[in-house]
Design a protein around this ligand. Structure first.
Ligand code: PGA
Length: 243
């Protein structure tokens, strides 16, 4: 069984004053039996360096350095203290036109810098409505995961676009179908695909976490809104520990 992972994604939220939430979380989960990762805005990575938890970035450039004003490389994230980076989040795919090919290149850059990539996939509501969810997921997995992926350097996050920040969650059967499908794809392509962690993301809260974590091949969660406050994230971590 892969070691479970509770991952927070603060997105474009958080000032230095908000880092105290991590201290509160650390008091409650200092001996957690699951891995805990917080993907903070780049500006907070060094501020978080003393936290108990793994710290991640939310995006990186494909190149190690160069003339790319405003961009951040994986090596810079690592240098600042990050050990993970999210790649291919649907907000970046939508807002910045990131293709599978770009996501694969960013993930490869993450590996080269010694970071673990949390590679995100997920269908839109239209795609789900038209019955093409598994085809979309297959295409994203094939295109976004670079060669060289292992269970150490790669985590997959299944995040239905329509469930992110909406309070809408797929049924447990829908989550089970997609996670089992992703597991089979990973096993077919990678020798350690059985051990690659597959997170569910999209409106995870304390109230639905236990049910979601009971679904086969759900190895944790990628949590946006409910990761910002210790009081909201803590019950999700506890549910994962009990699962
Ligand atoms: P949410 O976001 O938990 O606020 O729905 C999840 C994500 O986008 O990673």
């Amino acid at each position: 069984m892969p070691r479970k992972l509770a991952a927070g994604n603060w997105k474009m939220n958080g000032l230095r004053a908000n880092v105290k939430e991590l201290a509160t979380l650390a008091q409650r989960h200092s001996d957690a039996s699951v891995d805990i990762l917080i993907c903070v805005p780049t500006t907070l990575i060094t501020t978080c360096q003393d936290t108990l938890f793994d710290i991640g970035g939310q995006d990186c450039h494909t190149a190690e350095s160069g003339a790319h004003t405003g961009d951040i490389s994986a090596q810079m994230l690592s240098d600042a203290g990050a050990t993970y980076v999210i790649t291919g989040h649907s907000e970046r795919r939508a807002d910045h036109g990131e293709t599978d090919q770009i996501v694969a290149a960013k993930s490869a850059a993450a590996y080269a810098a010694g970071l673990t990539a949390v590679i995100c996939v997920g269908e839109t509501l239209d795609e789900r409505g038209s019955g093409t969810t598994l085809d979309i997921i297959d295409g994203q997995l094939a295109g976004s995961i670079p060669g060289g992926a292992t269970s150490d350097n790669t985590v997959i996050a299944y995040e239905p676009v329509w469930a992110i920040g909406t309070g809408k969650v797929p049924t447990l059967e829908q989550i089970a179908e997609v996670h089992a499908h992703i597991r089979a794809q990973l096993q077919a392509r990678f020798s350690d695909g059985t051990d690659m962690r597959i997170l569910y993301g999209g409106s995870v809260k304390g109230s639905n976490a236990a049910d979601i974590f009971g679904v086969p091949h759900v190895d944790g969660a990628l949590v946006g809104g409910a990761s910002l406050k210790a009081d909201d994230f803590s019950p999700i971590i506890s549910a994962l520990e009990k699962s």
